[in-house]
Design a protein around this ligand. Structure first.
Ligand code: CA
Length: 252
């Protein structure tokens, strides 16, 4: 753990020096839009900078700064992936990882740590991590590894979805209705993806906000109304029914 603390400064400096992203990553940004990450990182400066960079790349980011905070995270089932530091002030990230896997947490987990020996990597991967990245790392590499991890994970359990004449492929990032491509914004795509994952269920505005937006982002229920309205215009008003006081449902 000491080794990691010593390295934190250089990691921060590296992150500061990252070149701002340009539009050349648009496709990656679109794919990341409905990805909600839990970042477990105790270094406040690194946690803040990394959160900012990930949000700029259109991830929704929750930040936990201790093992106990991460262990009791309330919405773990809504987390698409975890980025896990190992040297935490109140315990070891490896132990937390083992605890999660034993408890049936199945989302992909990427270890991001300053511990870089082969023994550390073997231990981390054997404990249930999907990838192991050693600090300091270029943000671009971290992002590429996250995307690759998502592709593997989604390919396994979440390939093309269908509901009536609607079809959505989260990997190719394409949606169609009756074989005709739908032109959707990132948030519209993310909302349709959520509806299709849970077709036939009534989703409350809070469910939708939690899936699509950061905990810390401004949350206004009318955001959801506006977004649902926009999606209805693209896929047909009757496809999404309103249930007063309960929420919305995608009709099959
Ligand atoms: Ca640490």
């Amino acid at each position: 753990m000491r080794r990691e603390a010593d390295n934190n400064l250089s990691v921060c400096q590296l992150l500061v020096s990252f070149i701002p992203q340009t539009g050349s990553h648009d496709r990656t940004r679109e794919q990341a839009d409905d990805m909600r990450l839990l970042l477990v990182e105790d270094d406040p400066e690194l946690g803040r900078r990394l959160s900012d960079r990930l949000r700029n790349a259109d991830y929704a980011v929750d930040l936990a700064t201790t093992r106990s905070e991460a262990e009791d995270w309330p919405d773990l089932d809504k987390i698409a992936a975890v980025v896990l530091d190992l040297g935490l002030p109140d315990g070891d990230g490896i132990e937390l990882l083992r605890h999660w896997r034993a408890a049936g947490v199945s989302c992909p987990i990427l270890i991001l740590t300053a511990r870089g020996s082969w023994q550390d990597k073997v231990e981390g991967l054997n404990a249930g991590a999907d990838d192991f990245v050693v600090k300091p790392v270029r943000f671009e590499e971290l992002q590429a590894r996250l995307n690759a991890m998502f592709r593997r994970h989604m390919g396994k359990r979440d390939s093309a979805l269908e509901a009536g004449t609607l079809r959505l492929d989260p990997i190719a990032h394409m949606a169609s209705d009756n074989g005709e491509d739908l032109q959707l914004s990132r948030k519209e795509f993310a909302l349709l993806h959520l509806f299709m994952r849970r077709a036939g269920q009534v989703l409350s505005q809070a469910d939708i906000l939690e899936d699509l937006y950061d905990l810390e982002a401004e949350r206004e229920l009318n955001t959801v109304e506006v977004l649902v309205g926009r999606l209805r215009r693209k896929i047909g008003k009757q496809r999404i029914s309103t249930h007063r006081g309960l929420g919305y449902r995608l009709e099959r």
